[in-house]
Ligand binder design. Structure first.
Ligand code: AHG
Ligand code: MN
Ligand code: MN
Length: 338
């Protein structure tokens, strides 16, 4: 009988690992794990696929434009903000392990399970659709999420939610760009997955992602320049005198993703319009800071103030954000502190 030898078509073929098998691999490293956490991540993965499908059908279906309401931040809600929020609430709501969800779009957190039966439960916080003003122009938008362990001793939602970012057990984002990409950290580095639409699964494309330590590129809304604190204006002058480029998508997920891959610094300092900064600590700054630090970068809220160490006082609180390549963050802070 003739035997046929199948040769790899590419010189270095990698194993194909889906997000689902990646999570199961991680779970196997913790023999005492109950699988609760795995179910939560799978709910986030399903949500991401559902939101991606909606985003990709914009203008084919009536999903663009204002929903006619303002959210708790006083911002106009887009229809897709509301749709994405509902998708996340419904998929996470079905998971036994989720005790509380808190969304940028809801004034109050939603308490899903009150009982304290000794099981470990989690709080999931999210920005369902980041950069929603990009929707109309077919620009990048994203979803950002952060997972905290519920405080077993307390039934008060704020005791479980108002934990500093260092206590996050997982965080990530999904970028709905020219492809749909997820970056995820479980506190041991950052892994990257791309949604393969032909099979409907996220496939792992990189493990242990590292941000380049420097890249002469800054990212901020330069229209705010004249109302920035003096140190940030000095930084811009310094950067422009030293051959820096500027890139700004206007959706934090898009800007941070570029920096995760190519390096540089992203910032949203205090402005006249937003004196405490515009970005939200719990839904945007903390999960991004966790990812950035896990990829070897820095994430600060001011000179010597690590974002992850900020003790939150309210779930919708705002913060100044400076994050990215460690050397580039240092250059900003040298001007701000100096
Ligand atoms: P969201 O769409 O969730 O409200 O977030 C928008 C945020 C963030 O994604 C982005 O970095 C920033 O707002 C852009 O703000 P400006 O338009 O003021 O530059
Ligand atoms: Mn946002
Ligand atoms: Mn949003």
């Amino acid at each position: 009988m003739n035997t046929v030898t199948v040769k790899p078509t590419q010189p270095a073929m990698r194993d194909i690992v889906t997000l689902q098998s990646h999570i199961l691999q991680q779970q196997a490293l913790h023999p005492d794990a109950s699988g609760t956490f795995t179910w939560i991540l799978s709910a986030l993965s399903i949500s991401a696929k559902m939101i991606a499908a909606q985003v990709r059908r914009a203008r084919l279906e009536d999903v663009l434009g204002n929903a006619g309401e303002q959210n708790v931040q006083g911002e106009q809600q887009q229809k897709l903000d509301v749709i994405a929020n509902e998708i996340l609430l419904r998929t996470l709501g079905a998971r036994e392990g989720v005790a509380i969800v808190a969304s940028e779009e809801n004034e109050e957190p939603v308490i899903l399970r009150e009982q304290n039966d000794g099981e470990t439960r989690y709080c999931v916080l999210f920005d369902p659709l980041d950069g929603s003003s990009n929707l109309d122009i077919c620009g990048s938008v994203g979803t950002i999420f952060s997972i905290l362990r519920k405080d077993r001793r307390s039934t008060k939602a704020e005791d479980s939610l108002l934990q500093p970012g260092t206590r996050q057990v997982a965080a990530g984002y999904v970028l709905y760009g020219s492809s749909t990409v997820m970056l995820l950290t479980l506190g041991h580095g950052v892994d990257m997955f791309v949604l393969d639409p032909s099979i409907g699964a996220f496939v792992r494309v990189a493990e242990g992602l590292k941000i380049p330590v420097k890249n002469k590129c800054y990212s901020l809304n330069e229209g705010n320049r004249l109302t920035l604190p003096e140190g940030y204006q000095k930084y811009l002058h310094w950067a422009q005198s030293n051959g820096y480029s500027s890139r700004y998508v206007g959706a934090m997920v898009g800007d941070v993703h570029r920096i995760m891959l190519q390096g540089g610094v992203f910032m949203y300092p205090p402005t006249q319009k937003a004196p405490k900064g515009k970005l939200r600590l719990m839904y945007e700054a903390n999960p991004m800071a966790f990812l950035v630090e896990q990829a070897g970068g820095k994430a600060l809220a001011g000179p010597d103030q690590r974002i992850l160490d900020v003790q939150p006082e309210g779930i919708h609180q705002r913060t100044c954000v400076v994050l990215g390549s460690s050397e580039e963050v240092d250059h900003v802070m040298a001007q701000v502190a100096g």
